[in-house]
Design a protein around this ligand. Structure first.
Ligand code: ADP
Length: 601
């Protein structure tokens, strides 16, 4: 049994505990996993917004080229160039200033005496457009050259915004990368594979864009249209330009009005699915990390520089970011906590279920094994019990049959022994047969109104000679009036015989048996037949077990007392079939008291 329990513990319980422990450990990472999932989701949204803004800028560049083409249908390139600023602005509201410049650096428009914006534009860009000085322009270094972060020192810079790989060839200058304005909170989670949050933050802080010095002529090269972004006095200036195929020597361009550009970006933020927008606020941040467009009007971030995730918009709007802020930052840890709690409870319930199941299985196994052992004992006990009376019967009957006993008193005594032993045999066989019948549910009772006192008296009197022959003092106390019960006479007599037989078997030195029949309380209740002895009593802890089938509190080996372990089982089953029961209690001064209680009819 211990072996089975050990195997069970090793094969089922311990692995379950180990699995539960692993599951509990993995729970600790739940918050990180949820944050990671969320950050991947929101990063996707931020990337999409950044891409949409880029596409919008590309569209403006294309719109500008279309505008120029339209204007050139009415005038010659030369004519248009001279009046380009004042012609373009009314036609294309996104333009703050329109300019025309020859490749040789001759600025044709705006005129020096033009409006204030144009004068400021000329002041800022004269040297650059006239190819007199180079200016720092921006390039998406990772996108164009796929530069690994570790190789950041070798990051090349280019000048052409639209340029992909060929752009790199035009610029020789190499520049170290610039830093981002924002550090997304989730940079640590996304870079967590590196197990170093500081390092992840540092990597996130490096901008994809690198400024590189270049001259206007170099930038144009042989491209026909493009966009340029540069900072003048720390203020972003976005220029779109194109060259007419008819007159490629003239470059037409426009400086975009940033307020109008910002306004035109707002609808892009509204395109994100409403379901996603319920949890986040999407913002377009300018190069000072100031929000210029928001998906949730009136949203205020605790720190605009620490969004949940962010994505750089690109070289056309350097240092601008599409940033995502959580509307309810506590929700993430709340859902992680709920998930942890749910899984924790589930694990606990599973472990408990496995524990309880294991315990039940082991207990059942234990019971089955005990039963199997008891059955084996039963077979040997019954065989032994059969053998003892049979041996006596055979021995005395042989003596008598061979006429070797001449003394009539002895003959009488031997015949008495044979009768008693046959009765014992009959009792035993009856018990076994009855038990088998009860087990199969075939036992039939012949219920009739009968006098319990009379049954007890008759059974006691028939048993008395046997007891007295064995040296017992047998006292019977009966009520004066009959005790009517509804029952099967033979079955009830069998119960009384079993109890008397036990009292006889389990008495040692003090051979005293008392049978008392007690009526119930007046007008009903239950009548009792008590059989009391001064024997060895039932060991403590076994008081209920003795009524289980095959159970023997005094086994034959140790006590030398024969038995099948069925007598009390049968007696209790009969009593219960009569609506009553049998109880054991120990007696003061030693011995046992068994009481058969039956309802009085
Ligand atoms: P058995 O054939 O072993 O006597 P029973 O079902 O009649 O089977 O009794 C079950 C066990 O109860 C016995 O083995 C014995 O240990 C205990 N027992 C029964 N009657 C008495 C008694 N009068 N005194 C002490 N122990 C008893």
């Amino acid at each position: 049994m211990r072996k089975v329990a050990l195997v069970f513990v090793l094969a089922v319980f311990v692995p379950s505990l180990v699995l539960a422990w692993l599951a509990v450990r993995s729970l600790r990472d739940q918050q990180f996993l949820i944050e990671r999932q969320q950050s991947l989701l929101w990063q996707g949204v931020a990337d999409r917004v950044a891409k949409d803004v880029q596409d919008a800028l590309a569209q403006y560049q294309h719109d500008f080229a279309t505008q120029v083409a339209g204007l050139l249908r009415e005038r010659s390139p030369q004519e248009l160039a001279n009046v380009f600023d004042q012609t373009l602005r009314p036609n294309w509201p996104l333009a703050q200033v329109g300019f025309a410049v020859t490749l040789s650096g001759n600025i044709l428009s705006p005129a020096p005496q033009a409006q204030r914006d144009a004068q400021k534009f000329l002041q800022d860009n004269r040297g650059f457009l006239g190819n007199l000085e180079s200016a720092e322009v921006y390039l998406n270094q990772r996108q164009s050259f796929n530069i690994p972060l570790a190789a950041e020192q070798q990051a090349p810079a280019s000048v052409q915004m639209q340029a992909k790989t060929e752009g790199a060839a035009r610029v020789k200058a190499y520049q170290s990368p610039s830093t981002r304005n924002v550090i997304p909170l989730q940079s640590s989670a996304l870079g967590a594979a590196k197990k170093d949050e500081a390092l992840a933050d540092k990597e996130q802080a490096i901008s994809k864009m690198a400024p590189a010095p270049a001259e206007f002529r170099q930038l144009i090269a042989d491209e026909m249209e493009g966009t340029l972004a540069r900072f003048v006095d720390n203020k972003l200036s976005v220029l779109v330009w194109c060259r007419p195929a008819r007159e490629p020597q003239i470059v037409f361009g426009a400086q975009l009005s940033l307020p109008r550009l910002e306004e035109s970006l707002r609808p892009i933020l509204q395109q994100v699915e409403p379901g996603l927008r319920e949890e986040i606020c999407i913002a377009v941040l300018d190069d000072t990390a100031k929000p210029v467009a928001l998906s949730e009007a009136g949203f205020q971030a605790a720190n605009w520089k620490r969004p949940f995730v962010a994505s750089e918009i690109g070289e056309a709007l350097p240092h601008w970011e599409a940033a995502i802020y959580l509307l309810n930052p506590a929700k993430l840890s709340e859902s992680a906590r709920t998930l942890k709690l749910t899984f924790g409870l589930l694990i606990a319930v599973l472990v408990l279920a496995i524990g309880a199941g294991s315990w039940l299985i082991v207990a059942d196994l234990n019971r089955q094994l005990t039963l199997a052992r008891q059955k084996t004992d039963f077979v040997s006990n019954v065989s032994h019990e059969l053998k003892t009376p049979l041996t006596s019967i055979r021995m005395f009957s042989e003596l008598l049959a061979e006429g070797r006993v001449a003394d009539p008193a002895k003959q009488h005594c031997y015949l008495g022994i044979i009768t008693a032993e046959s009765a014992r045999l009959t009792r035993l066989i009856n018990n076994v047969l009855d038990f088998a019948r009860l087990e199969r549910g075939e036992k039939k009772y012949d219920f009739q109104a009968c006098d319990l006192a009379a049954i007890a008296r008759e059974t006691a009197e028939s048993y008395r000679p046997h007891l007295e022959a064995n040296g017992f003092r047998f006292e019977v106390q009966l009520p004066e009036t009959p005790l009517m019960v509804k029952g099967d006479r033979d079955a009830l007599a069998q119960v009384v015989v079993n109890l008397l037989s036990n009292a006889e078997k389990y008495s040692d030195a003090c051979k005293e048996i008392t049978m008392r029949v007690e009526p119930g309380s007046a007008g009903g209740g239950s009548a009792s037949v008590l059989i009391l002895d001064r024997g060895m009593g039932v060991p403590s802890g076994a008081e209920e077990k003795i009524f289980e089938k095959f159970y023997r509190a005094h086994d034959s080996l140790n006590s030398g007392i024969q038995g099948s372990g069925l007598g009390l089982t049968l007696a209790r089953q009969i009593a219960q079939a009569h609506g009553g029961d049998i109880f054991y209690s120990s007696r003061e001064g030693g011995g046992s008291c068994f009481s058969l209680r039956l309802p009085v009819s």
